[in-house]
Design a protein around this ligand. Structure first.
Ligand code: IMP
Length: 192
Protein backbone atom coordinates (compact mmCIF):
# COMPACT_ATOMS: atom_id res chain seq x y z
CA UNK A 1 0.00 0.00 0.00
CA UNK A 2 1.32 3.46 -0.95
CA UNK A 3 1.07 6.22 1.64
CA UNK A 4 0.46 9.74 0.39
CA UNK A 5 -0.20 12.88 2.39
CA UNK A 6 -3.28 14.79 1.25
CA UNK A 7 -3.22 18.44 2.30
CA UNK A 8 -6.68 18.60 3.84
CA UNK A 9 -8.31 18.30 7.22
CA UNK A 10 -11.78 18.36 5.65
CA UNK A 11 -13.32 14.96 6.47
CA UNK A 12 -15.74 15.13 3.51
CA UNK A 13 -12.97 15.70 1.01
CA UNK A 14 -10.78 13.05 2.59
CA UNK A 15 -13.45 10.37 2.33
CA UNK A 16 -14.40 11.44 -1.24
CA UNK A 17 -10.81 11.17 -2.40
CA UNK A 18 -10.02 7.98 -0.46
CA UNK A 19 -13.05 6.32 -2.11
CA UNK A 20 -11.74 7.28 -5.54
CA UNK A 21 -8.19 6.13 -4.83
CA UNK A 22 -9.24 2.70 -3.55
CA UNK A 23 -7.40 0.35 -1.20
CA UNK A 24 -3.97 0.52 -2.84
CA UNK A 25 -3.37 3.99 -1.49
CA UNK A 26 -3.54 5.09 2.13
CA UNK A 27 -4.15 8.79 2.63
CA UNK A 28 -2.58 10.60 5.57
CA UNK A 29 -3.67 14.07 6.65
CA UNK A 30 -1.29 16.82 7.73
CA UNK A 31 -2.58 16.27 11.28
CA UNK A 32 -1.64 12.55 11.05
CA UNK A 33 1.90 13.80 10.35
CA UNK A 34 1.97 16.26 13.25
CA UNK A 35 1.33 19.36 11.14
CA UNK A 36 -1.31 21.33 13.02
CA UNK A 37 -0.90 24.84 11.62
CA UNK A 38 -2.96 26.11 8.69
CA UNK A 39 -1.10 25.47 5.45
CA UNK A 40 -0.65 28.82 3.67
CA UNK A 41 -2.66 29.41 0.48
CA UNK A 42 -1.97 32.97 -0.52
CA UNK A 43 -1.55 32.64 -4.30
CA UNK A 44 -3.82 34.44 -6.77
CA UNK A 45 -4.80 31.32 -8.72
CA UNK A 46 -6.03 27.78 -8.02
CA UNK A 47 -2.86 26.31 -9.59
CA UNK A 48 -0.71 28.60 -7.45
CA UNK A 49 -2.49 27.63 -4.23
CA UNK A 50 -2.41 23.88 -4.93
CA UNK A 51 1.30 24.12 -5.71
CA UNK A 52 2.03 26.28 -2.66
CA UNK A 53 0.32 23.75 -0.36
CA UNK A 54 2.00 20.64 -1.80
CA UNK A 55 5.44 22.31 -1.66
CA UNK A 56 4.81 23.37 1.94
CA UNK A 57 4.13 19.75 2.91
CA UNK A 58 6.96 18.33 0.84
CA UNK A 59 9.46 20.80 2.32
CA UNK A 60 8.49 19.73 5.84
CA UNK A 61 7.92 15.99 5.42
CA UNK A 62 9.97 15.03 2.36
CA UNK A 63 7.19 12.54 1.51
CA UNK A 64 4.93 12.05 -1.50
CA UNK A 65 2.00 14.40 -1.14
CA UNK A 66 -0.69 16.24 -3.01
CA UNK A 67 -2.87 19.27 -2.46
CA UNK A 68 -5.96 20.49 -4.24
CA UNK A 69 -7.57 23.84 -4.62
CA UNK A 70 -11.10 24.32 -5.87
CA UNK A 71 -13.11 27.28 -6.95
CA UNK A 72 -16.67 27.88 -8.03
CA UNK A 73 -16.49 30.09 -11.13
CA UNK A 74 -19.74 31.89 -11.90
CA UNK A 75 -19.92 33.35 -15.41
CA UNK A 76 -22.17 36.32 -14.58
CA UNK A 77 -19.89 37.26 -11.66
CA UNK A 78 -16.76 37.37 -13.82
CA UNK A 79 -15.50 34.04 -12.46
CA UNK A 80 -16.07 34.89 -8.80
CA UNK A 81 -15.95 33.55 -6.13
CA UNK A 82 -13.19 31.51 -7.85
CA UNK A 83 -10.01 31.39 -5.83
CA UNK A 84 -11.90 33.18 -3.02
CA UNK A 85 -14.57 30.45 -2.73
CA UNK A 86 -13.74 29.45 0.86
CA UNK A 87 -13.71 33.01 2.15
CA UNK A 88 -16.36 34.58 -0.08
CA UNK A 89 -18.60 36.00 2.67
CA UNK A 90 -16.37 35.90 5.74
CA UNK A 91 -12.80 35.18 6.81
CA UNK A 92 -13.69 31.68 7.89
CA UNK A 93 -15.10 28.72 5.98
CA UNK A 94 -18.73 29.68 6.63
CA UNK A 95 -20.60 27.61 4.03
CA UNK A 96 -24.06 28.97 4.96
CA UNK A 97 -22.90 32.61 4.74
CA UNK A 98 -21.15 31.93 1.40
CA UNK A 99 -24.32 30.42 -0.04
CA UNK A 100 -26.45 33.34 1.18
CA UNK A 101 -24.05 35.84 -0.40
CA UNK A 102 -23.95 33.94 -3.68
CA UNK A 103 -27.75 33.87 -3.87
CA UNK A 104 -27.88 37.58 -3.07
CA UNK A 105 -25.34 38.40 -5.79
CA UNK A 106 -27.31 36.27 -8.26
CA UNK A 107 -30.68 37.90 -7.50
CA UNK A 108 -32.39 38.74 -10.78
CA UNK A 109 -29.46 37.38 -12.81
CA UNK A 110 -30.65 35.32 -15.80
CA UNK A 111 -27.30 33.78 -16.77
CA UNK A 112 -26.79 31.12 -14.06
CA UNK A 113 -23.85 29.34 -15.82
CA UNK A 114 -21.11 28.21 -13.44
CA UNK A 115 -18.44 25.60 -13.10
CA UNK A 116 -16.42 24.01 -10.36
CA UNK A 117 -12.73 23.69 -11.14
CA UNK A 118 -10.20 21.70 -9.14
CA UNK A 119 -6.45 21.73 -9.57
CA UNK A 120 -4.33 19.06 -7.89
CA UNK A 121 -0.60 19.44 -7.40
CA UNK A 122 1.14 16.11 -6.76
CA UNK A 123 4.75 15.94 -5.67
CA UNK A 124 6.08 12.44 -6.13
CA UNK A 125 9.76 11.51 -5.98
CA UNK A 126 10.49 15.22 -5.83
CA UNK A 127 8.70 16.10 -9.09
CA UNK A 128 5.52 18.16 -9.38
CA UNK A 129 2.59 17.16 -11.61
CA UNK A 130 -0.66 19.15 -12.06
CA UNK A 131 -4.12 17.70 -12.78
CA UNK A 132 -7.32 19.65 -13.53
CA UNK A 133 -10.99 18.63 -13.25
CA UNK A 134 -14.00 20.69 -14.33
CA UNK A 135 -17.76 20.20 -14.01
CA UNK A 136 -20.08 22.60 -15.80
CA UNK A 137 -23.50 23.50 -14.45
CA UNK A 138 -25.70 26.28 -13.15
CA UNK A 139 -26.58 28.07 -9.92
CA UNK A 140 -30.03 27.19 -8.55
CA UNK A 141 -32.52 29.85 -7.43
CA UNK A 142 -32.53 28.44 -3.88
CA UNK A 143 -30.75 25.79 -1.80
CA UNK A 144 -31.77 22.12 -2.06
CA UNK A 145 -30.40 19.01 -0.39
CA UNK A 146 -28.18 18.37 2.60
CA UNK A 147 -25.46 16.00 1.31
CA UNK A 148 -21.91 17.15 0.58
CA UNK A 149 -20.63 20.55 1.67
CA UNK A 150 -19.90 24.09 0.55
CA UNK A 151 -21.85 25.31 -2.46
CA UNK A 152 -23.32 21.83 -3.16
CA UNK A 153 -26.92 22.89 -2.30
CA UNK A 154 -26.75 25.58 -5.03
CA UNK A 155 -24.94 23.78 -7.86
CA UNK A 156 -26.88 21.84 -10.50
CA UNK A 157 -24.48 19.94 -12.78
CA UNK A 158 -25.32 19.82 -16.51
CA UNK A 159 -27.49 16.83 -17.45
CA UNK A 160 -29.19 16.75 -14.02
CA UNK A 161 -32.12 18.59 -12.42
CA UNK A 162 -30.95 18.23 -8.85
CA UNK A 163 -28.10 19.84 -6.93
CA UNK A 164 -24.89 18.09 -5.82
CA UNK A 165 -26.35 18.19 -2.29
CA UNK A 166 -29.24 15.98 -3.46
CA UNK A 167 -26.89 13.30 -4.81
CA UNK A 168 -25.15 10.45 -3.01
CA UNK A 169 -21.39 10.77 -2.57
CA UNK A 170 -20.87 8.12 -5.29
CA UNK A 171 -23.10 9.96 -7.78
CA UNK A 172 -21.29 13.23 -7.10
CA UNK A 173 -17.81 11.67 -7.27
CA UNK A 174 -18.56 10.15 -10.66
CA UNK A 175 -19.03 13.57 -12.31
CA UNK A 176 -17.52 16.16 -9.98
CA UNK A 177 -14.61 18.51 -10.56
CA UNK A 178 -12.61 16.86 -7.78
CA UNK A 179 -13.66 13.39 -8.98
CA UNK A 180 -12.35 14.17 -12.45
CA UNK A 181 -9.09 15.67 -11.20
CA UNK A 182 -8.58 12.73 -8.82
CA UNK A 183 -9.30 10.25 -11.64
CA UNK A 184 -6.44 11.83 -13.60
CA UNK A 185 -4.24 11.59 -10.50
CA UNK A 186 -5.20 7.93 -10.00
CA UNK A 187 -4.54 7.04 -13.65
CA UNK A 188 -1.14 8.70 -13.35
CA UNK A 189 -0.25 6.97 -10.07
CA UNK A 190 -1.36 3.55 -11.35
CA UNK A 191 0.63 3.95 -14.56
CA UNK A 192 3.91 4.40 -12.69
P1 IMP B 1 -10.94 23.93 -1.35
O1 IMP B 1 -9.88 24.59 -2.12
O2 IMP B 1 -11.18 22.54 -1.80
O3 IMP B 1 -10.80 24.06 0.13
O4 IMP B 1 -12.30 24.65 -1.72
C1 IMP B 1 -12.51 26.02 -1.51
C2 IMP B 1 -13.98 26.24 -1.27
O5 IMP B 1 -14.70 25.86 -2.44
C3 IMP B 1 -14.57 25.41 -0.12
O6 IMP B 1 -14.45 26.07 1.10
C4 IMP B 1 -16.00 25.29 -0.56
O7 IMP B 1 -16.70 26.46 -0.21
C5 IMP B 1 -15.90 25.23 -2.06
N1 IMP B 1 -15.89 23.84 -2.53
C6 IMP B 1 -14.81 23.07 -2.81
N2 IMP B 1 -15.18 21.86 -3.23
C7 IMP B 1 -16.53 21.86 -3.22
C8 IMP B 1 -17.50 20.88 -3.55
O8 IMP B 1 -17.22 19.74 -3.94
N3 IMP B 1 -18.78 21.26 -3.40
C9 IMP B 1 -19.16 22.48 -2.98
N4 IMP B 1 -18.29 23.43 -2.64
C10 IMP B 1 -16.98 23.12 -2.77
Amino acid sequence: MTEIIFATNNAHKLSEVQALLGDNFHLLTPRDCGITEDIPETAATLDGNASQKSHYLYDRMGKNCFADDTGLEVEALGGEPGVHSARYATDGHDFAANNRLLLKNMEGVKNRRARFRTVISLIIDGEEHLFEGIVEGRIAESESGCEGFGYDPLFIPDGHDCTFAEMSADEKNAISHRGRAVQKLVTFLKSR
